[in-house]
Design a protein. Structure first.
Length: 224
């Protein structure tokens, strides 16, 4: 357990020392949300209807911004070879890196989402479901993103390739995340986000297994 905490502390310090990937992601999130009214016009009803979907898409794209450095920096300075030889299994190492990515990127985005939702006229009764859905579903973005980052670790400037590999894996999270919030807006009998939220949680649990295993296997294949 001490080795896990040491590695997690290291990853958090590196993220802060590098300028904070979360700050860049939140800035992108803010800019993306700010330009939506400019493109769609001042129709508040329209903005309110598209707010859940657009916030999830913006969250997804913002999380992609820092995935290319998940393993690349360690590969460049040789730290990744040492991590592969460490007492911790490579699967645990991949999980810790994905957890650090979520803490430094995903969590700041979730905290910013309610304020940006108000900018898009998101109804107040949808803010809590939005935050809960993002808390449940966003870990899958970091865990599945770790697989894409591991697959491209040997490729310089593989950010675009990571996006092509990872975006199809993000589709279930996007669908169920939007549905969990949109059902609150519909307010028709029998329409609630509980089923979508449970499916979203199932996606994150699957990612919890697939992410570390797939990421570790990709690292071993690329760095043999």
């Amino acid at each position: 357990m001490s080795a896990v905490l040491i590695l997690l502390r290291r990853e958090l310090k590196l993220a802060a020392r590098a300028g904070g990937g979360g700050g860049m992601a939140v800035a992108f999130f803010l800019i993306a949300v700010s330009i939506v009214p400019l493109g769609l016009g001042p129709d508040l009803n329209l903005l309110g209807r598209i707010a859940p979907g657009f916030l999830w898409v913006a969250l997804l794209l913002s999380a992609l911004l820092t995935l290319d450095r998940l393993f690349q920096a360690d590969q460049e300075d040789g730290s990744l070879d040492l991590l592969m030889l460490a007492p911790l299994s490579l699967e645990v190492t991949v999980f810790i890196k994905a957890l650090a990515h979520w803490l430094t990127t995903g969590l700041p985005l979730i905290l910013a989402a309610p304020f940006l939702g108000l900018m898009l006229n998101l109804p107040e009764n949808s803010i809590l479901p939005l935050v809960i859905a993002m808390l449940v579903g966003s870990p899958a973005l970091s865990l599945l993103g770790a697989v894409g980052a591991a697959l491209t670790v040997a490729i310089r400037r593989g950010g675009l390739l990571i996006s092509l590999l990872v975006l199809p894996l993000y589709v279930p999270t996007l669908i169920f995340g939007v549905s969990a919030v949109s059902n609150v807006l519909i307010s028709s009998p029998g329409s609630n986000g509980q089923a979508s939220l449970l499916l979203l949680g199932a996606v994150s649990l699957v990612a919890l297994v697939v992410g570390p295993l797939g990421g570790a296997a990709a690292l071993r294949a690329n760095l043999r």
